[in-house]
Design a protein around this ligand. Structure first.
Ligand code: S3P
Length: 171
């Protein structure tokens, strides 16, 4: 089985994914990290040098390259399910889990993690909050199509991984 974690930037997809994979003895891949390794440059550099459109193509191709894997947890990028037929590809290849978090919490968590994220890198604190709010509104229709929706709210990483494991019916 492939388990795809989807959700907004800063919702903790990578840390939870890593923890979940350990818990259920699956491999783990973080798509952004894989893209950086395969292209030998950072996500920020890809956006700066090639533009978002090219990044989305690269992201789409990276996803397609992962679809034949098995027993793996894949943490996607925040935009992954919202472009091309990526969501459909994920739904057909495995199980999708939306890691849901409030705008306030996302803004709080992202305020110190802007640097690595080209979409919000140069944004002020106030702009960040309203950007997340309107961007999440556009993206949630995709995220909400996930087979499982998990509120990340007040759980720590371990609790969340354990909760997801139970939710998807793994012993
Ligand atoms: C993006 C999210 C990032 C990364 C890129 C674009 C987005 O991943 O793929 O900066 O469009 O939301 P994270 O969700 O891991 O930050």
């Amino acid at each position: 089985m492939i388990i795809f974690l989807i959700g907004y930037m800063g919702s903790g997809k990578s840390t939870v994914g890593y923890e979940l994979a350990k818990l259920i003895n699956y491999d783990f891949t973080d798509m952004d990290t894989l893209i950086e390794q395969q292209n030998n440059c950072s996500i920020v550099e890809i956006f700066e040098n090639k533009g978002e459109e090219k990044f989305r193509e690269i992201e789409h191709n990276t996803l397609k390259g992962l679809l034949t894997k098995n027993n793996i947890v894949i943490s996607t990028g925040g935009g992954t399910p919202c472009f091309f037929n990526n969501l459909e590809l994920m739904q057909n290849a495995g199980v999708t889990i939306y890691i849901k978090m409030s705008v306030d919490k996302l803004a709080e968590r992202l305020s110190n993690a802007r640097q690595k994220r080209p979409l919000i890198k140069d944004m002020s604190e106030t702009d960040l909050h309203s950007f997340i709010q309107s961007n999440l509104e556009k993206r949630e229709p995709y995220y909400l199509q996930a087979q499982y929706k998990v509120k990340a709210g007040n759980l720590n990483v371990n609790e969340l991984a354990t909760f997801i494991k139970k939710e998807i019916g793994l012993q």
